[in-house]
Design a protein around this ligand. Structure first.
Ligand code: 5AD
Ligand code: SF4
Length: 468
């Protein structure tokens, strides 16, 4: 009952959309001098969207004269950009906040919690952890300098979680990677899968106008970027707010931009992933033959209670068309094991999909009950030990599939975009092939940022080894 009430209250808040809530200060861009020469540190948890939002926060702070710092202990401003998708990262945040409290005692840094946990657990955070100066939701990034500035002057309220219905363009961004760039095309999600907290945290879908996407990618191409990854919770439902152009049209527009050689996108939703998109991928050679298409479960009854809006058959038909039009397509997916009501049979239906599809990579998770979601009211019938056992079994099977596939690549030559030195071996370089697999190889430093042809000589289940 309590869970249902909590969910209802949140749904009302989600759909109300004040562009400025009463708790927000009316911000002015004048008094941000105090950010000059301040050092900041941003710690990011979660998905590529969060990474991109951290890059935006860094860009905004830099444009006000602050400098990034690699050491949290030496920073004047510490921001934790959080993820609420599963319970574990939320626990990690609270333990990190405990450590930060000690840092704050030494250097009096301003501490902020941004992202999904900030949006959803604002009161809990500010009440439980006195070191936190402010909490900020994903729709409030542009206000960051004012929030910090006011905090420095101890003027503002600590909570900034108002929501926007419209797209708000932020054009400051500070990217670490000089070769491959994330470009956000939409935010939020309207799907409300029954297990998922994201729509409550990120809000309803908002689409970035095509003209801004085009401008940003042209600029990236001029700066020498070779690859872009279009980002959004559900990129396939993209609709340009000005022209109404859909995701396929967007892909074609991006394809026209000279200089970018590889185009990828994440995340797709099987229900919105149309044959038109598949044809667009097949017909435009700069769009990588690689796709992340989360299935979540291979069982129809579980898919139904997850509210995914597609059947196993429909999903597999899309895979069939993808493979027909792009025989070299590399596929990856997300899977949840131990969703309420999942039987052994349901679980083996999922294993069966793994074997049929032959994914190059999967991201698999134990079901984690999340507040506000519909499924939090379902009886969590799968015991923890069974969930654990199923996850291990699934990952072991997938590991074998990957190893078998990777071994079949030995002796083959492939195009690899070199991203930098290998983390483990400094004489080695690492890159990604079109399938988005990690490839390690020996070369000279001048290969960084370039496409090279690598012959695969060895492999493990998670990466390939080769020579130029
Ligand atoms: N429990 C476990 N995994 C989840 N995901 C989303 N919500 C949950 C949850 N409550 C997984 C899904 C999603 C990915 C980003 O995280 O597989 O695709
Ligand atoms: Fe969550 Fe479903 Fe939206 Fe993905 S599509 S973000 S799983 S609600």
């Amino acid at each position: 009952m309590l869970k249902k009430c909590l969910r209802k209250t949140y749904l009302i808040e989600l759909n109300t959309f004040q562009s400025q809530s009463t708790q927000d200060i009316i911000v002015s861009m004048k008094n941000t001098q105090s950010l000059k020469h301040k050092k900041f540190y941003i710690k990011t948890f979660g998905c590529q969207m969060n990474e991109n939002e951290s890059e935006q926060m860094a860009g905004i702070l830099k444009s006000y004269g602050a400098h990034p710092c690699t050491k949290m202990e030496e920073s004047h401003i510490i921001i934790i950009n959080t993820c609420a998708v599963r319970e574990k990262p939320v626990e990690k945040l609270f333990s990190l906040l405990g450590r930060i409290q000690k840092i704050k005692q030494k250097n009096h840094a301003v501490i902020g919690v941004a992202g999904c946990v900030g949006q959803l657990f604002k009161n809990e955070i500010t009440q439980r952890n006195k070191a936190v100066d402010f909490v900020m939701g994903p729709d409030n990034l542009a206000k960051l300098p004012e929030i910090i500035n006011m905090r420095l002057k101890t003027e503002s309220s600590p909570i900034h979680t108002s929501r926007n219905r419209e797209w708000r363009e932020i054009n400051q961004i500070s990217r670490q990677n000089r070769i491959s760039a994330y470009v956000t095309i939409m935010k939020g999600c309207d799907n409300f899968c029954t297990y998922c907290i994201v729509p409550f945290a990120k809000g309803r879908e908002k689409y970035r106008p095509l003209k801004y996407i085009r401008e940003e990618i042209k600029d990236l191409a001029e700066k020498g970027y070779k690859e872009i990854q279009l980002l959004g919770q559900n990129v396939n439902s993209y609709k340009d707010p000005d022209s109404g152009k859909n995701f396929s049209s967007l892909l074609k527009e991006v394809h026209k931009i000279h200089g970018i050689e590889w185009i990828r996108f994440i995340t797709s939703h099987p229900k919105n992933f149309t044959p038109e998109i598949i044809r667009t991928m097949a017909q435009n050679d700069k769009i990588c033959h690689q796709l992340h298409l989360p299935i979540q479960s291979g069982s129809d009854s579980i898919l139904k209670s997850m509210g995914r809006d597609y059947t196993r058959k429909e999903y597999l038909e899309k895979i069939k068309l993808l493979k027909k039009l792009m025989p070299d397509i590399s596929l990856s997916t997300d899977i949840i094991v131990g969703f309420p009501g999942e039987t052994e049979k349901d679980f083996y239906d999922t294993i069966d999909v793994l074997e049929r599809v032959g994914y190059t990579n999967i991201f698999s998770f134990r079901y984690s009950e999340r507040p506000f979601t519909k499924a939090s009211a379902f009886k969590d019938s799968v015991p923890f030990e069974i969930k654990k056992k199923r996850l291990i079994e699934l990952q072991e099977i997938q590991k074998k599939i990957q190893l078998k596939f990777n071994k079949s690549l030995i002796g083959k030559k492939m195009k690899v975009l070199c991203m930098g030195r290998s983390q483990k071996n400094h004489h080695s370089y690492r890159g990604r092939n079109e399938a988005y697999q990690v490839v390690n190889f020996k070369s000279d430093p001048d290969c960084i940022g370039k496409f090279v042809t690598v012959e695969i000589t060895d492999c493990g289940p998670y990466s390939l080894i080769g020579k130029i």
